[in-house]
Design a protein around this ligand. Structure first.
Ligand SMILES: [Zn+2]
Ligand SMILES: [Zn+2]
Length: 308
């Protein structure tokens, strides 16, 4: 599927799925992140070095990096670092700076000095160098997300009006704070005990038809055939009265019956729509638990203090 198709699909989907009601708000972010490369990629007449982003099986958040890496490669923006054999200098697509990408002894990129790499353990510069050094596949398959810095919600730039309806108690506006501060033990003291029906259940994305996080509005997967890599292939779900803005209207609406809503497995996402959440309010069936890997466990521990 090329990018033209996918955006059409998104729009079509938005008509039937109200969780996509912030799609419009998201679009400027996507377009600016993709820059003019978006148009280039959508045009089959132009050469694509990296191939289709969707086939790389990377989290959606790297879509912009993927496009930027294309840009770097096509503009031959990679050079040798003077006097250093195990590094490359790469042009920045956002400023006049250069970034330094370190290579391992096989010449494969391992690290970049940019902030995106620090946050996410992957960036356009590493992707571009990986392509040039013929180890792109290795870099993609060995990609491990940085547990201390969870994905930035893609819906952040375009907040829906209803996202400010319920504010979490800690009202710091600093989105980049360390998630470890969420494991404040006092937090759990304020929680009433939830009945089983009120708990958020951990489910695998592939067992659902969900695509977007109800909390942050960010994408979990682009289409329902795509399975995000661990740990982002699990989500939290429960039935809630859903607050949304109907298409073409500015007013908020509350669903008349409880509907399944889905959240990234992040405290911050659940708190976008709820006043509190803790490990006690999350249910993991034995079946699901047996399928969780180390990344899932580390994430659930970090976010909700669940020890499994
Ligand atoms: Zn970088
Ligand atoms: Zn989310």
């Amino acid at each position: 599927m090329d990018l033209t198709d996918s955006s059409t699909e998104n729009q079509r989907h938005a008509i039937v799925d109200l969780t996509d009601s912030d799609l419009k708000a998201n679009q400027p972010t996507v377009v600016s992140a993709m820059g003019s490369q978006h148009a280039t990629l959508a045009n089959d007449g132009n050469k694509s070095f990296l191939g289709e982003f969707e086939k790389a099986n990377l989290p959606e958040i790297f879509k912009g990096s993927w496009a930027n890496a294309e840009k770097i490669i096509s503009s031959q923006g990679i050079g040798k670092a003077p006097g250093i054999s195990n590094a490359r200098v790469v042009v920045s697509t956002s400023s006049a700076e250069f970034h330094r990408v370190s290579l391992d002894n096989k010449g494969c990129p391992t690290k970049c000095d940019c902030t995106r790499f620090k946050e996410l353990r992957l960036c356009a510069h590493v992707l571009a160098v990986a392509y040039q050094e013929v180890c792109l596949e290795h870099v993609i398959t060995s990609y491990q997300p940085n547990m201390s810095s969870i994905l930035t919600p893609s819906g952040k730039a375009g907040k829906k009006p209803n996202q400010s309806v319920r504010k979490r108690r800690a009202t710091s506006s600093d989105d980049k704070r360390d998630v470890s501060q969420f494991s404040d033990p006092l937090d759990d003291g304020n929680l009433s005990v939830l009945s089983p029906l009120e708990k958020w259940n951990v489910v695998f994305v592939k067992d659902t038809k969900m695509r977007k996080c109800y909390g942050c509005g960010g994408s979990v997967r682009q289409n329902i055939t795509f399975e995000p890599p661990s740990p982002w292939n699990i989500v939290l779900t429960r039935r809630e009265y859903r607050v949304y803005t109907p298409r073409g209207k500015n007013s908020l609406q509350v669903s008349t019956v409880k509907e399944n809503v889905y959240y990234h497995p992040r405290k911050k996402c659940v708190l976008e729509k709820n006043t509190s959440v803790s490990g006690n309010s999350i249910a993991i069936s034995q079946d699901i638990e047996s399928k969780l890997d180390d990344l899932h466990r580390a994430l659930l521990r970090k976010e909700f203090g669940i020890n499994i």
